[in-house]
Design a protein around this ligand. Structure first.
Ligand SMILES: NC(=O)c1ccc[n+]([C@@H]2O[C@H](COP(=O)([O-])OP(=O)(O)OC[C@H]3O[C@@H](n4cnc5c(N)ncnc54)[C@H](O)[C@@H]3O)[C@@H](O)[C@H]2O)c1
Length: 362
């Protein structure tokens, strides 16, 4: 099989030239269609979505070495990767993506990397409101550090895992966000993710780097750190404690099973258009109040556990995602239906109190 590793792009080369960009894109698409990825750097692989991604791809692609670079923050846990940590094609590296020396050393190892999938991020909006700085360091500087190393080493594919929150908030009757919606982030978290998206765009436009961005809606599923709404409320309900619902509970989110998100990222890694953006969503809009009631119903807990608390600062009212592009051009469709998916998720947290206890113990 023909396998071409492009030369590293020269600094500020003539790659603003559309003809050159098109040619570079074609080369990259050609080499990856055979899925000949020998080594892939996955960052943030010990967190919620990253570990679910690795859980899929490590056994499905035994010919690829998957290297997980993770800082093991409070949200990134060794417990999340225990079941595949011993796989021959998996390796863990402890460190931060904004640590330029570490990142450079990793990219300089024999074999280098054919692709990067960047999940690593500070991800909790409430924490970004309380302390934004680490969000800028991890999400903006970290992404730029990875982009720069990938550029210098001629990496053939870079997937930036972003979020629908970069688009800001919708009114109740607005159409869902498309990839052409303006970036109007409202929280320090979403602003840091939008900044990273813009850096990705700039590295593509300036250097012709094959960067692709995914923007997904809210995920649910196993291994989510129990500070996020669904596992947090399940934990409180199981303990018969009040579930603190922001504002009037009518904020709307578009929910997608984490495995469907991971399949979308894998599809973009394989076939995404360099320089392209792909929205990923489940078209499952629910208010936070509806989600809370589903959790309480499923656990047989009374509704009076719901405790309305003062709203989050700058709380986005509604997110909804139009994922037509990834569905029509890459053939991705969500496989999990919402009702059974959310019930299985509640059951997973109910069956795994030991995991909840261990990850929240520090
Ligand atoms: N959770 C969602 O619903 C959702 C939806 C759309 C997009 N996303 C995006 O998906 C990605 C993963 O989200 P998640 O929910 O799994 O988050 P998470 O907080 O569960 O996991 C983040 C992981 O990144 C690691 N990390 C944090 N800072 C790091 C750094 N500086 N260097 C290396 N590792 C670092 C953490 O240790 C953790 O393992 C994020 O980029 C997030 O913006 C999340």
């Amino acid at each position: 099989m023909l396998y071409i590793r492009p030369e590293p792009a020269p600094a500020r080369a003539c790659t603003r030239n559309p003809a050159v960009l098109k040619c570079l894109s074609a080369v990259v698409r050609y080499t990856l269609e055979g899925n000949d990825l020998k080594r892939v750097l996955v960052t943030g692989g010990s967190g919620f979505i990253g570990c679910n991604f690795l859980r899929l791809v490590v056994p499905e692609h035994p010919g690829t070495e998957w290297v997980n670079l993770d800082a093991l923050t409070y949200a990134g846990r060794p417990e999340n990767t225990e079941d595949f940590a011993g796989a021959r094609n998996y390796r863990f590296v402890h460190g931060r993506i904004e640590d330029g020396m570490l990142v450079e050393a990793l990219f300089s190892e024999a074999g280098g990397f054919d692709a990067v999938v960047n999940f690593a991020a500070e991800s909790h909006v409430d924490r970004s409101i309380a302390g934004p700085r680490v969000f800028t360091e991890a999400n903006v500087l970290g992404t730029q550090t990875l982009l720069e190393a990938a550029r210098r080493h001629g990496v053939e594919r870079f997937v930036q895992v972003s979020t629908d929150e970069v688009y800001g908030s919708l009114e109740p009757d607005d159409p869902p966000f498309t990839e052409k919606s303006p970036l109007e982030p409202n929280s320090p978290y979403s602003a840091s993710k939008a900044s990273a998206d813009l850096l990705c765009r700039a590295y593509h436009e300036t250097y012709g780097m094959p960067v692709t961005v995914t923007r997904c809606s809210n995920n649910y599923g196993p291994y989510q750190y129990p500070e996020k709404l669904i596992p947090f409320f399940i934990r409180h309900a199981l303990d018969d404690e009040p579930v603190p619902l922001y504002g009037d509970g009518m904020n709307v989110r578009d929910w997608l099973h984490v495995e469907d998100h991971c399949r979308a990222v894998a599809r973009v890694l394989e076939k995404g258009e360099p320089g392209g953006v792909y929205n990923v969503g489940g078209s499952n809009e629910h208010t936070n109040l509806e989600i809370t009631k589903i959790i309480l119903d499923h656990l047989g807990k009374p509704k009076d556990l719901i405790s309305f608390v003062p709203d989050r600062l700058g709380h986005d009212r509604r997110y909804a995602i139009d994922s037509t592009r990834i569905q029509t051009s890459l053939g991705w469709t969500p496989q999990h239906e919402f009702e059974p998916g959310i019930r299985e998720t509640i059951d997973w947290y109910t069956r795994n109190p030991g995991w909840v206890q261990r990850v929240t113990a520090v």
